[in-house]
Ligand binder design. Structure first.
Ligand code: G3P
Length: 214
């Protein structure tokens, strides 16, 4: 399973890379704003740091505008993937960009039928958002289960499911159990995934016992 880092902070990308957990990076306008960095500079720096895809989100909403912005992003680095909110214009732009061999990731996916349309448009990736569904009392992971089933029913679908808006380690666990292609998570969740209280107490006990035999 692929581990993407959900950040625009190159420091977090480097830390995840050292752990072998930076198969890609996902950014969005909110994360860019939080990082306080210049948009292009941040993307170029992250793209230099990893070999995998760096999802870079468009802000234009019309088809031609999305295509223009996407083509410009694609000149910044060879591993830039154009991230596009799923709308009718977004689907049209996806078809155009993919036909010109520019990778796309359709984002803000909240229903299985949106995921189906994204696959039909030839998107390389989709980002279904689970946490924001949980926020409105609609189980986010049910969406992932349905998308995995639909995509498995049609083996010709090549679109990869990168589960996004992940808030908990259980979201990561369930994504893996369901067979999603990947997850995108903030670095703080990687720290949580690595830890277990029994590991901590086990280390303490081994070290205390070791002191007694020396
Ligand atoms: O990758 C999408 C993610 O950044 C959105 O997360 O927590 O704002 O729903 P969140």
């Amino acid at each position: 399973m692929k581990f993407f880092v959900d950040t625009a902070d190159v420091g977090d990308v480097k830390k995840a890379k050292a752990l072998g957990l930076a198969d890609g990076v996902t950014t969005n306008p909110t994360l860019i704003q939080k990082s306080g960095q210049d948009f292009k500079k941040a993307i170029v720096e992250i793209a230099r740091c990893i070999e995998g895809p760096v999802f870079t989100e468009v802000t234009r909403e019309d088809t031609q505008g999305i295509v223009k912005e996407g083509k410009e992003f694609a000149t910044w680095a060879s591993n830039v993937v154009v991230k596009i909110p799923i709308t009718q214009s977004g689907l049209e732009a996806t078809r155009i960009l993919e036909s010109e061999k520019i990778g796309t990731a359709l984002t803000l996916i909240f229903s299985p039928t949106q995921a189906l349309l994204a696959a039909k448009a030839g998107a390389s990736y989709i980002c279904p958002f689970v946490g924001r569904l949980d926020d409105i009392s609609s189980p986010g992971m049910d969406l992932i289960g349905q998308i995995v089933t639909i995509y498995s029913n049609f083996p010709e679908i090549q679109t990869e499911i990168i589960v996004a808006s992940i808030r908990t380690t259980v979201h990561v666990l369930e994504s893996a159990l369901m067979g999603a292609h990947g997850v995108t998570i903030p670095f703080k969740l990687i720290e949580q995934l690595a830890r277990h209280p029994l590991t901590d107490s086990g280390i303490s006990r081994f070290l205390e016992d070791w002191k007694k035999v020396r």
